[in-house]
Design a protein around this ligand. Structure first.
Ligand SMILES: *Cc1c(COP(=O)(O)O)cnc(C)c1O
Length: 319
């Protein structure tokens, strides 16, 4: 069954990614341990190729296409990081990539995506359905759609993040993962429950884009169109057909953090850990550092999901 993703799928993805993806560092900080009264392990995907975990899923998905599909090429819609991950995976595997991207996507993301040789088609977020536009282009040009999260190979690829983390540091009591469309947290939760069944998995969203939290607790999918949060990787309007049931099955809790908490955490990680993390990348750390999640004495894994931030824009807005 296509949508029952197992630890074997995640292990197979890890084998495909071996020596291609970066084995990202697990950072620790005495300051964070002292502040939170936890032993905290930060799996830092801001050091992944293309600057986020999205490369994992993209490469895993592209490497499993048929020869014909590889020749025709692929297309996707993305607010940026999936685009970059897919573009690089396409380049490495010699597969042409087309990216449908909102015209307000951060300049660094657009430039990086073009830099990997992808063709970019821009659309206006408020006027166009990116799904429809992608579908039309795919049909016109015979391209295979590779969605950013709702695909079993994407989910399995993202799950290698938790597989690596637990493989390196051993059992955890708690794993905190940010949630947009839910690909990362689905894959990570499946890996975690297989490797460390007693580990609780908590998803973190921006307060202003809390569709997954509402969906999780009501057990029906909530939709929030064009949520206005600085965490652009979590601006997805809803969970997917695959990710929603996986989250219900494998995730223990969902929490939210404020915009102010996200910005404070970006600066904290920068000042104290000397790492550049994009707003969405801070969500899981923010939940812990801001006391939204409290678990004194616990061994806590935190996924730092990405580091692609338009620093010039950030300084203009928040100086
Ligand atoms: C895509 C993305 C997310 C959200 O991932 P989902 O699989 O959509 O939940 C979080 N952080 C960063 C940096 C991302 O690029």
């Amino acid at each position: 069954m296509q949508n029952s993703i197992t630890i074997d799928d995640i292990q197979a993805a890890a084998n495909r990614l071996n020596s291609i993806a970066n084995r990202t560092p697990v950072l620790t900080s005495r300051t964070i341990n002292k502040l939170t009264k936890n032993q905290v392990f930060l799996k830092s995907e801001n050091f992944q190729r293309t600057g986020s975990f999205k490369f994992r899923g993209a490469f895993n998905a592209l490497s499993q296409l048929s020869i014909e599909q590889k020749e025709q090429g692929v297309i996707t819609f993305s607010s940026g990081n999936h685009a970059q991950g897919l573009a690089l995976a396409g380049k490495l595997l010699d597969i042409p990539t087309t990216i449908v991207m909102p015209d307000d996507a951060p300049a660094v993301k657009q430039a990086a995506t073009r830099g990997y040789g992808a063709e970019i088609v821009l659309y206006k977020r408020k006027e166009t359905s990116r799904e429809k536009l992608t579908q039309v282009l795919a049909e016109q040009k015979g391209l295979k759609i590779i969605p950013p999260f709702d695909h079993p190979h994407i989910i399995a690829g993202q799950g290698t993040t938790a597989l690596e983390l637990i493989g390196e540091v051993g059992e955890l009591d708690l794993l905190l993962v940010c949630c947009g469309g839910g690909g990362l947290i689905s894959g990570c939760a499946i890996a975690t429950k297989a490797l460390a069944p007693n580990c609780k998995v908590i998803g973190v969203e921006p307060e202003k884009a809390n569709d997954a939290t509402l969906s999780f607790y009501s057990k029906t999918i909530h939709v929030i169109e064009n949520p206005n949060t600085i965490a652009d990787g979590a601006r997805t309007h809803r969970l997917g057909e695959l990710t929603f049931p996986l989250i219900l099955q494998h995730v223990d809790e969902m929490v939210t953090v404020s915009e102010e908490a996200i910005i404070r955490t970006m600066l904290f990680l920068w000042e104290r850990l000397k790492i550049v993390v994009e707003p969405t990348g801070t969500l899981a750390a923010a939940a812990l550092l801001e006391g939204v999640v409290k678990a004194p004495g616990a061994r806590v894994g935190v996924v730092i999901s990405g580091g692609n931030v338009d620093l010039r824009k950030f300084f203009r807005e928040f100086q």
